[in-house]
Design a protein around this ligand. Structure first.
Ligand code: ZN
Length: 81
């Protein structure tokens, strides 16, 4: 059973950059189209510590990559030493 979170997140136009520094792709290079295409996100998985999203080319539907989001805690603490 999924625990749906209360926030329905809409894809808003990326005109206002978030201060979070969270990378949000609006266009990626599609090998099938041989051009940079706008992408849309599709949620693949709910993880224990976040969600896994997939980027799909809006033109041909090819998968262009994935992204993992972490709820709340961006930045992480101990990377490297
Ligand atoms: Zn494409």
């Amino acid at each position: 059973m999924y625990t749906q979170r209360g926030h329905a997140r809409r894809t808003r136009t990326a005109s206002s950059p978030d201060a979070f520094g969270e990378f949000q792709a609006s266009a990626l290079f599609c090998e099938r189209c041989r051009a940079a295409q706008p992408v849309r996100e599709r949620r693949l998985l709910f993880l224990a510590d976040g969600e896994l999203w997939e980027y799909l080319c809006v033109v041909c539907g090819a998968s262009l990559g994935t992204r993992r989001t972490t709820p709340g805690g961006a930045g992480g603490g101990g990377v490297g030493a």
